[in-house]
Structure formats: structure tokens, C-alpha cells
Write a protein that binds this ligand. Structure first.
Ligand SMILES: Nc1ncnc2c1ncn2[C@@H]1O[C@H](COP(=O)(O)OP(=O)(O)OP(=O)(O)O)[C@@H](O)[C@H]1O
Ligand SMILES: [Mg+2]
Length: 358
């Protein structure tokens, strides 16, 4: 049986539908990321589960128990709110103790629980500091310790890393993941950062305008996005408009037949392929590869190269068609291969790496 179950959960503010028919089941110990653009309903969904926002319709169950109308303090969920919110006038230790007192934990136990919580995030030496005497990453870890100190059944993290710089984000997200694995705590984390979601979660829920677009493992969403929104949101993709043209063939709007594998969605009008799955081939290979059903090749002209450190991004203007992007690993030196801006080139990728989208 699923540990957390949302069935048909909705939230309306007046006429505005913030969350529509939200259905999701979460297994015990799972880490789920809610992902989507600003305003798509991520925070609202988390706050409905926590009990801070009443639902307009639907039910939520935890461990088989209907919690839809229970007050927040009866739900036993630890929450880290968007933008860390420690009480500024309380020491780190008092911040953590406060939540325990609110829940009626006996005073004799509180000290030990505070120490345990601070040990967990490796901040035992900071107990007597005020929040403003901590770095952003340390404050974020205190907020996490505070949420976990109550021994919650469910941990809810709303953009817990948003205030951190890129380097610290990487560190703290690895720590959160380790803690979550070690404690087996069922966790919902909200983020709008797709790298964060891919690297942390067992499954992702991609949302748009209050609706779930797709639920799946990181690989599912990245390799098999169900529509253009998800493909575009999860990393970068090339998209070509067109229509089906017989078995496993797609005719682009600019008149090139391409091969694809896999499912054909209803109303398939877009073909996509990832820039990192392409290679650039010499123009003299174009004629030969075009007849080979296992690959696709588009002929064009190199518009630009951008050196991005680990990869080189290459924009290619397809003959009579759109511009597409190819990513080269920086073990390739385009100039040494005679590739320059303005060079004739072929962009080639495998039929297996070609997806049709609705
Ligand atoms: N109290 C409220 N009254 C009216 N509308 C609200 C209220 N709270 C949220 N909304 C609206 O509901 C929508 C979803 O908001 P929510 O905070 O869930 O978005 P989000 O996905 O968390 O976005 P972000 O990534 O910016 O945090 C937004 O359009 C927001 O303006
Ligand atoms: Mg939010």
C-alpha cells in the first residue's frame, strides 16, 4: 500500500485554479521531487499536505489514514519553508527546541534531541549562535535539523537550497540525500532546478499551471518525456515540426524524412533529439548516411561555437530548416577537424535517440 496518497486534490483561490486534480502515490522511504516553473503550484501542493492550506477538493492519506481535515500539528510532518525561516532572535539550539516544546516533548528529553539533531547536520559546535552568525548553508542545515528533530513521518522541503550559491548547493544537496537515505524518511522536495531534481529524487513530478504533466524516474523523464513541455523543461532539446510519414518515419516541415523508435503519441507533430546525443560529420558523409535507417542526418551550415568548459555548443543552420544545437565534448577541437563558422556540416544522431512528442 502506498504511504502517501493524493487523490483528486485541488486548490482554488476564488476563480483561480492553483492546483488541478493532483493524483500521486508515494512509497515509504521514497524521495519525490515536485518540479516546474514559478507559479505552477508546487508550494501550494506541499502546504496542502502539511495542512497549512485547506484543499478545495480531494483527499490525502498517510499510512492509510485520511488526514485531509486534520490540523497541521496532528500530521507529524517536518517542513523546511521556501527561503529558510529561522527565528532570528533565538539561538540555533532554541530554534530546534521550540518545535519540540510545541509538540509537548518532555523538557528532560529536549536537550538530548537537540544535540542529536545538530549532530545529524554536523553543527554541534553552533548550538549557542544566532542565525545571523551563521552562513547561508549553515542556516539551511539548521532549518533541516529543526524539521527532522520532531521525528516526522514525512519531510517536506520547499526549495531548501534556493538561498545557496552553486557550490554550496551541491554540497548541501548531497548531504540531504545522504540523510534521507540513512533515515529512510519519506520526503517531498520542491525545486525548480531540474539538475537538483534529477540528482536527488527517486521519482519526479513535473507540473505546469497546476497540473501534473508527467511522473517518473529521472531517466524516464529525461529519456522518454511525454510531451514537449517536459522535454523542454528537462534539459535542452532540439524540436522539429512535421508529420508521420509511414512506419517509423517522420517528415519534417522542411521536407526531410527522419527515422524514429518507440511510441507514437496521439497527435504526434514534433520530433525531438538531445544535443548531447549528436555528432558532427563531414559534409562528404552526408549522401551515404542519409540512406541508412539507423541514423538521422541533417545537412547544414555551422552558425556558431560556444566554449562552455566541459562541452562546446555548436549551432547549425539546417538547409531550408530551423537551427539545431549539437554539444561536443571538449576532447574535440572543431578547428583541428576543419570545422569553422560557415563550414558545411552534417548533424547526425541515432534513430534510438529520436523521440516523437505530442
Ligand atoms: N493565498 C493565495 N491567494 C491567491 N492566489 C495564490 C495564493 N497562494 C498562491 N497563489 C497562486 O497560486 C499559484 C501557485 O502558487 P505556488 O506558490 O504554489 O507556486 P510555486 O510553484 O511554488 O511557485 P514558485 O516556484 O515561484 O515558488 C500562483 O499563481 C500563485 O500566485
Ligand atoms: Mg513555491
Amino acid at each position: 500500500m502506498a504511504y502517501i496518497e493524493f487523490s483528486g486534490v485541488e486548490k482554488r483561490y476564488g476563480n483561480f485554479q492553483a492546483v488541478s486534480r493532483f493524483d500521486l502515490t508515494v512509497e515509504k522511504g521514497e524521495m519525490i521531487a515536485l518540479l516546474g516553473p514559478s507559479g505552477c503550484g508546487k508550494t501550494t501542493t506541499l502546504r496542502m499536505l502539511a495542512g497549512f492550506v485547506p484543499v478545495s477538493a480531494g483527499t490525502m492519506r498517510v499510512d492509510g489514514r485520511d488526514i485531509t481535515r486534520e490540523p497541521p500539528y496532528r500530521r507529524n510532518m517536518g517542513m523546511v519553508f521556501q527561503g529558510y525561516a529561522l527565528f532570528p532572535h533565538m539561538t540555533v539550539a532554541r530554534n530546534i527546541a521550540f518545535g519540540l516544546e510545541m509538540r509537548g516533548v518532555p523538557a528532560s528529553e529536549i536537550t538530548a534531541r537537540v544535540i542529536e539533531a545538530l549532530d545529524r547536520v554536523r553543527l554541534h559546535d553552533f548550538a549557542e549562535r544566532l542565525p545571523r552568525q551563521l552562513s547561508g548553508g549553515q542556516q539551511q542545515r539548521v532549518a533541516l535539523a529543526r524539521a527532522m528533530a520532531i521525528n516526522p513521518d514525512v519531510l517536506l522541503l520547499d526549495e531548501p537550497l534556493s538561498a545557496l550559491d552553486a557550490r554550496l548547493r551541491h554540497e548541501v544537496r548531497a548531504e540531504i540525500r545522504q540523510l534521507q537515505r540513512a533515515t529512510g524518511l519519506t520526503t517531498l522536495i520542491v525545486t525548480h532546478d531540474q539538475d537538483e531534481a534529477l540528482s536527488m529524487a527517486d521519482r519526479l513530478v513535473v507540473m505546469s499551471k497546476g497540473c501534473i504533466e508527467q511522473i517518473g524516474s529521472p531517466a524516464d523523464l529525461y529519456e522518454r518525456p511525454c510531451n514537449r513541455f517536459v522535454a523542454d523543461f528537462m534539459g535542452r532539446s532540439n524540436f522539429l515540426g512535421g508529420k508521420l510519414d509511414g512506419d517509423g518515419r517522420f517528415l519534417t516541415d522542411h521536407g526531410v524524412a527522419l527515422n524514429f523508435d518507440g511510441a507514437i503519441p496521439n497527435d504526434a507533430s514534433t520530433l525531438s533529439f538531445r544535443p548531447e546525443r549528436t555528432r558532427l560529420v563531414a559534409p562528404d558523409a552526408l549522401g551515404a548516411s542519409a540512406t541508412d535507417g539507423s541514423t538521422n542526418t541533417l545537412a547544414g551550415t555551422i552558425v556558431s561555437f560556444a566554449y562552455l568548459g566541459p562541452v562546446i555548443e555548436c549551432q547549425v543552420q539546417v538547409d531550408d530548416g530551423p537551427t539545431v544545437m549539437a554539444l561536443l565534448t571538449n576532447t574535440v577541437d572543431p578547428a583541428r577537424l576543419g570545422m569553422h563558422e560557415g563550414s558545411r556540416i552534417g548533424v547526425q544522431w541515432s534513430r534510438r535517440d529520436t523521440t516523437l512528442l505530442a
